[in-house]
Design a protein around this ligand. Structure first.
Ligand code: PRP
Length: 208
């Protein structure tokens, strides 16, 4: 049985990913140990798990250095990488939204948009024929309209708490987001048996 390499997203998605794999029958004990390791061997299905920042998971999968990965639909929409998206894992649910101060409800002829997702924002406003300037941010995006850097933001909204606590509202919903299982296109051919087995186990665990 060939080794299957899986890239996982550190942070919010990780505990859900571990639970899903355990529901699928994969012993994830090594991943639960409190240390700074980034590579873990999960012996029962000969899986090597690596931990990455969200935005790097699709890159590792596209390049084939790992065979599969768990990534948010937000980064997949932003990056449009060449890979297979095979299962909606139904966790990490949130929405892409345009948000701003309530005074922005009426819109504006030209909008300055701050976001960690410039492609998503560009595509959304291009579809509407809205003129925009996009300012790329790395985090704390909600600050941009508060400080006068932008008119609105395009960001993910989960509970809505961050918007609310900063006096911002959702002006428009763009898309539903959740975690997805993604596959490298070549691995799917060269390790078809191993990958299909793991995909089937995960699919069953998601449905239960
Ligand atoms: C994300 C997102 C929002 C917040 C939404 O930020 O960019 O700021 O979570 O969650 P909520 O609707 O439940 O409040 P993250 O925590 O990833 O930090 P960041 O500011 O570094 O992007």
């Amino acid at each position: 049985m060939q080794k299957v390499k899986i890239a996982m997203t550190k942070g919010r998605l990780l505990k859900h990913t571990i639970k899903l794999l355990e529901d699928a029958g994969v012993d994830c004990q090594p991943l639960k140990e409190d240390n700074r390791k980034l590579v873990f061997l999960l012996p029962c299905y000969n899986i090597e798990a690596i931990l990455l920042k969200a935005a790097d998971v699709p890159t590792y999968v596209e390049h084939g250095v790992v065979d599969m990965g768990v990534a948010g639909k937000d980064v997949l929409l932003e990056q449009e990488k060449q890979l297979y998206e095979v299962i909606d894992l139904k966790f990490g649910k949130c929405k892409f939204a345009v948000a701003g101060k309530p005074s922005m409800k009426g819109g504006k002829k030209h909008l300055v948009v701050a976001t960690k997702y410039p492609n998503v924002a560009k595509n959304h406003f291009a579809q509407k024929g809205q003129s925009v300037e996009i300012i790329k941010q790395e985090g704390s995006v909600e600050l941009a309209p508060l400080m006068g850097l932008s008119d609105v933001i395009v960001d993910i909204v989960e509970t809505g708490k961050t918007l609310k606590e900063n006096g911002l509202i959702v002006l428009e919903e763009i898309a539903d987001i959740s975690a997805r299982l993604i596959l490298n296109e070549v691995s799917y051919k060269t390790k078809k048996k191993e990958i299909t087995e793991i995909v089937n186990l995960i699919e069953k665990a998601v449905d239960n």
